[in-house]
Every structure is written in C-alpha cells, then in structure tokens.
Design a protein around this ligand. Structure first.
Ligand SMILES: [Zn+2]
Length: 175
C-alpha cells in the first residue's frame, strides 16, 4: 500500500508528520501544525483550530492544528480527503455539504446514545465553519475563494439547521 504523501509548505509550523487511513484504505500523511500558523496568515486567521488541505503545483498538502480536539482530528482529516483529494466535479459546490452529511452520520454512530456528546460535536463543528466563513469574508477575493465561500456557507447553514433540530428534539424530550 503506497502512502499518499503531503508536501511541506509550513516548515516552521510542522510539529510532526503522521498518517491516517481513509475509508477506502488509502493511507495519507499529514502534518500536525502548531497554533501560530493561523495568525501568521495575511489576513490572520483568528482561530487556532483549522485544517489545511489543498492541491498545489508542488503536490498535495494535508495538515491539522494541534488545537483541533484530538478525538475529532481523524474525522476532520477524512472530511478534507473525501472532499478535496479526489474531488468529483459533478458535485461542484455541494461537495463540502455532501461530505459533511456523511461526517455527521459517522459521528452520530460514534456517539451512540450520548446525545450530549453529539450536540457538543455539532456545536463545535458549527463554530469551526463560522470561523472559516468569517475568514473568507475578509480574505482577498478571487474566483476560487468566492466559490469556496459559497460552499462553506452551505455547510455552515446545514450545521445551524442540524443544531436547531437537535435542540428542538432535546427540548421535546425534556418537556
Ligand atoms: Zn468541507
């Protein structure tokens, strides 16, 4: 089994190189990235919690911040791999939302009867997308970032609906 390698593009922020096995059995390298990377961007990324995945002219990049909760790092990395490593052009702007819905199913299974843990995850992931949306709203605009922002807003809105549904269900159960 060959490992899909990540190139080094943030050498001073790379803490360690690790691997993750994707759902299809492919093994991917990724970097665990130190927190200062976000604030070193121009414009600065306000959150310390981020995931980096991209095709560059030098190769594929995959990384996640050390402040991303450890128990959910693999889920976030698999989201990026599913969405960006072999993107399906047919899905276009729905790719992120489509992967997010699969992610929520996976996390739901991991949480089982622990509905509080699941709600905490959805709330965390919503905040993550809110922060990414806020970043791209102030980042320099080009065709790629405009399209990306639209995708991210769809995912954020999906999480808002999902959280509200969970809260309504919890309210019904409590009442
Ligand atoms: Zn996504």
């Amino acid at each position: 089994m060959t490992t899909i390698q990540t190139i080094s593009i943030f050498p001073s922020f790379e803490l360690s190189r690790q691997t993750i096995t994707h759902h299809d059995g492919k093994v991917f390298e990724y970097y665990l990235l130190s927190n200062g990377l976000g604030r070193a961007q121009n414009p600065p990324y306000q959150s310390d919690v981020f995931v980096v995945a991209n095709h560059t002219d030098k190769g594929w990049v995959l990384g996640i911040s050390e402040s991303y909760p450890q128990e959910w790092r693999d889920v976030a990395l698999r989201h990026e791999i599913a969405e960006k490593y072999e993107p399906n052009p047919e899905h276009g702007c729905d790719a992120c939302k489509r992967v997010l819905l699969c992610e929520l199913l996976e996390v739901g299974l991991m949480c089982g009867d622990d509905t509080d843990r699941y709600l905490a995850y959805v709330t965390f992931r919503l905040r993550f997308f809110q922060e990414v949306v806020a970043y791209y709203q102030v980042a320099p605009r080009d065709a790629i970032t405009v399209a990306l922002l639209e995708c991210l807003i769809r995912s954020r809105d999906t999480l808002v609906e999902h959280r509200d549904m969970l809260l309504a269900r919890a309210g019904l159960a409590a009442g």
